[in-house]
Design a protein around this ligand. Structure first.
Ligand SMILES: C[C@@]1(CC(=O)O)C2=NC(=C\c3[nH]c(c(CCC(=O)O)c3CC(=O)O)Cc3[nH]c(c(CC(=O)O)c3CCC(=O)O)/C=C3\N/C(=C\2)[C@@H](CCC(=O)O)[C@]3(C)CC(=O)O)/[C@H]1CCC(=O)O
Ligand SMILES: NC(=O)c1ccc[n+]([C@@H]2O[C@H](COP(=O)([O-])OP(=O)(O)OC[C@H]3O[C@@H](n4cnc5c(N)ncnc54)[C@H](O)[C@@H]3O)[C@@H](O)[C@H]2O)c1
Length: 215
């Protein structure tokens, strides 16, 4: 069955990772800048996680998993190296109404974590529906060589500010739609690729002034 892609808003939601190894660390890393409240439950954690705990980025329960550790969780990631334990946590967490990700095949997850590239507000993700994480990793690296540059983040920030301006002008939405379709074209994307954001900004400014003059 096909999965449904969504971008979750996790701000102030309690997200709990059980286990403190390399896989737990990878999942924590992608949760860090979401504004979620993070908790780890594990008798041991790797050094990278110790550092995050020391910096108060994550709350740490140094212990083996027990049911009470996941009370109130919005999302739970079962990342121990014990399949039986992972399956048990998965079941407990679902019963509590949390969204569950199990890092092995011991229990059906509510969601999988895709490979991802983030540049500011740009988020590109790759999934193989669980069939081959290594393919996801390789494709992520390929995408990274094209889109993993700051100019894409700057471009989005720029377009967002012009979009706001345009929204406050008395222009029918259909016309706004056409404006953006024309402005964000191959040539502009080539400028972005080359980091020439100031050229793009000048073009947008010009186009919007002529719009103002016409309307
Ligand atoms: C994308 C990424 C995101 C992340 O983790 O953040 C991610 N796995 C990554 C790497 C990776 N994982 C594995 C290898 C070894 C090579 C290989 O097996 O291919 C490598 C490569 C490496 O480590 O370099 C082994 C592995 N993974 C899973 C199992 C269980 C199973 O298959 O039964 C096993 C076997 C364990 C064992 O053998 O014991 C399961 C899952 N791994 C997923 C995500 C979900 C499906 C994603 C999709 O649809 O593609 C899913 C279903 C659940 C989940 O974890 O959400 C991240 C790449 C990040 C990046 O580099 O960009
Ligand atoms: N989904 C993925 O991307 C992916 C990739 C590779 C491996 N895996 C799977 O993930 C598992 C974990 O991999 P890892 O490299 O992080 O393993 P690891 O051995 O480095 O870490 C396991 C962690 O689980 C903790 N732990 C064990 N029992 C626990 C319990 N009862 N309660 C709380 N914590 C407990 C350990 O203290 C340790 O910190 C592997 O066994 C494998 O099946 C998944």
């Amino acid at each position: 069955m096909a999965s449904y892609p969504i971008n979750l808003n996790l701000k102030d939601r309690l997200c709990i990772v059980i286990g403190g190894g390399r896989v737990a660390w990878r999942k924590v890393n992608t949760l860090l800048d979401t504004g979620a409240k993070l908790r780890i439950v594990s008798p041991h954690v790797i050094e990278e996680l110790t550092e995050l705990i020391r910096l108060n980025k994550i709350e740490y329960y140094q212990k083996f998993y027990e049911k009470k550790d996941i009370m109130g969780a919005f999302l739970v990631i079962c990342a121990t190296d014990n399949k039986q334990v992972n399956a048990l946590i998965g079941e407990d967490a679902q019963k509590n109404g949390a969204l569950v990700n199990v890092v092995d095949d011991s229990y059906p997850s509510d969601f999988t974590v895709p490979a991802q590239i983030k540049q500011g507000d740009l988020l590109l993700t790759v999934s193989t529906s669980g069939k081959s994480p290594e393919i996801s990793r390789q494709l992520r690296m390929e995408l990274e060589s094209t889109y993993g540059r700051k100019s894409y983040a700057d471009f989005i920030t720029l377009v967002a500010s012009f979009r706001e301006k345009l929204k406050h002008m008395d222009i029918p939405s259909r016309q706004r739609e056409l404006f953006w379709r024309q402005m964000i074209n191959r040539e502009v994307l080539e400028f972005v690729r080359n980091g020439e954001i100031s050229i793009v900004e000048a073009r947008f400014k010009n186009a919007i002034s002529s719009f103002r003059a016409e309307s």
